[in-house]
Design a protein around this ligand. Structure first.
Ligand SMILES: NC(=O)c1ccc[n+]([C@@H]2O[C@H](COP(=O)([O-])OP(=O)(O)OC[C@H]3O[C@@H](n4cnc5c(N)ncnc54)[C@H](O)[C@@H]3O)[C@@H](O)[C@H]2O)c1
Length: 448
């Protein structure tokens, strides 16, 4: 099939390369000319394991190409995917301007019956807005499908090639499906055949249910994180260890162990904005979603937890002035360079405002963080160099390379003995024996 993909970010690029790998001819388009230039040279504009190989091999096979011309991607395409950003507006609603601009551009280029598919995360009802936008630009037959993407940054290629499920929404509940929509279903089934061959995880539904499924799934996962963070806070006050609690909980097959890791709050380009957008949708429909709302508020509190612990450790807010703090990990989670709404950045900004000097390190996110943290933090490639002379070391992202550091070396390099483990990955006993004061989330705390 001939496919067009609008947007070459984490989702569009992975989807474009993935579909090309199944044998389709894919043209990816982006308004960012510099990004397209890099991609044409085979350079990745973002860090995602295995993506470079997938992109390069499909470019070499001439199944994958990049352009800034929407027409090139849309003309003669069987399916066009919209994979542009849907960031938060200041009132929490999703900003649909990129999606609708893409829809309008598609409408001006359609020259045959095409299925226009949203991969972007969009609020319920957006498929109808897309249909109206395209209809204003052209009078050719087309169908709109909602196909939310569930890949995770850090394992995006694997998730895309072997998805847990594929949801395709076509048509509206209560309305008979049109012939173009029927043909669109057949096209989408054919397109996804390679990923559902061994296990049919393709669900056809209506557009609104598909759009809602994505938000409900993200809000639920965010709620699990906030739930365990709340329990972690209670563990600290009661002298329990949340690590034992979450393990005990997770062994119950009705609960399961995933997304029950206490930490410094969820961040990234999806959970915070999607939770805000779901709450805004509910509000527009005259509803509160108290559980989701609480999950969001707990997360806001959680983002300050390490800062509050540091204030306690140093003996008051004023005592942070002039301290040096090493921060390990800037991306919102391991295996990605995405720093959007990363808790580490919020912490660094607070520490900087309190007068501390920050020396930060991250395996891949330094280039993205450089502009954002300019004047607020010294960025170092070597994590031990970042720790040199520091009064405290904070772990914000549980990168593999931070799991078993040489703590003896750190003890010698650091000026102070504060260790703040924002991901509960280090052994508090071992650290205390080495003379550190070890702070974690929801675990026994050192006496003040
Ligand atoms: N990042 C994830 O892990 C993830 C996972 C699932 C779903 N999503 C959703 O997918 C969507 C895209 O997310 P992302 O992280 O890939 O975004 P991103 O910001 O990394 O990429 C978006 C790209 O779209 C381009 N773009 C914007 N308007 C355009 C236009 N009119 N024409 C052509 N290109 C245009 C931008 O230049 C940018 O390169 C969002 O709705 C997001 O919520 C993201």
């Amino acid at each position: 099939m001939k496919l067009g993909v609008i947007g070459t970010g984490y989702v569009g690029l992975v989807a474009g390369a993935g579909f090309a790998d199944f044998g389709n001819d894919v043209v990816c388009v982006d308004i960012d000319a510099a990004r397209i230039e890099r991609l044409r040279r085979g350079e990745m504009p973002l860090h995602e394991p295995h993506l470079q190989d997938l992109v390069r091999s499909n470019m070499q096979q001439r199944r994958l190409s990049f352009t800034t011309d929407v027409g090139e991607a849309v003309r003669d395409a069987d399916v066009v995917f919209i994979a542009v950003g849907t960031p938060s507006l200041s009132d929490g609603n999703a900003d649909l301007s990129q999606v609708l601009a893409a829809a309008s551009a598609i409408g001006h280029s359609l020259n045959r019956e095409t299925v226009v598919v949203t991969k972007s995360t969009v609020p319920v009802g957006t498929a109808d807005l897309i249909r109206e936008t395209i209809e204003r630009a052209c009078d050719r037959p087309f169908a709109v499908a909602a196909n939310p993407e569930f890949l995770k940054e850090g394992s995006a290629v694997e998730d895309f090639l072997r998805p847990m499920r594929v949801i395709v929404g076509i048509g509206r509940l209560g309305r008979p499906i049109t012939e173009a929509e029927q043909r669109a279903r057949t096209t989408m089934r054919r397109l996804y055949e390679p990923v559902v061959r061994t296990n049919d995880r393709l669900i056809f539904t209506d557009t609104r249910s598909a759009e809602m499924t994505k938000y409900a799934a993200n809000a639920y996962l965010a709620t699990r994180i906030s739930f365990i963070n709340d329990i972690a806070a209670l563990c600290e006050r009661t002298g329990a260890d949340v690590e034992m609690v979450r393990r005990g909980m997770g062994m119950d097959s009705r609960i399961g162990p995933k997304f029950l890791f206490p930490g410094i709050g969820f961040g990234g380009s999806c959970f915070p904005k999607d939770v805000r957008a779901l709450l805004a949708t509910a509000q527009r429909h005259g509803m509160d979603l108290p559980i989701v709302s609480a999950a969001y508020q707990i997360n806001e509190r959680q983002k300050t937890i390490l800062f509050d612990k540091m204030v306690g450790h140093f003996g008051g807010l004023q005592s942070l002035r002039g301290r040096t703090v090493a921060v390990w990990g800037l991306s919102f989670k391991p295996e990605t360079d995405d720093i959007r709404e990363a808790p580490a950045l919020a912490l660094i900004e607070r520490l900087h405002a309190a007068g501390a000097s920050i020396r930060a390190s991250d395996p891949v996110a330094l280039h993205n963080a450089a502009r954002r943290l300019e004047g607020r933090a010294e960025l170092l490639v070597d994590p031990y160099e970042a720790a040199r002379g520091a009064d405290a070391l904070v772990l914000c992202t549980e990168w593999r390379q931070y799991r078993q550091p040489n703590f003896r070396r750190l003890r010698e390099l650091m000026a102070g003995n504060g260790i703040f483990d924002g991901r509960n990955i280090w052994d508090g006993e071992q650290l205390r024996e080495l003379g550190f004061r070890y702070h974690a989330i929801g675990r026994p705390q050192p006496p003040l």
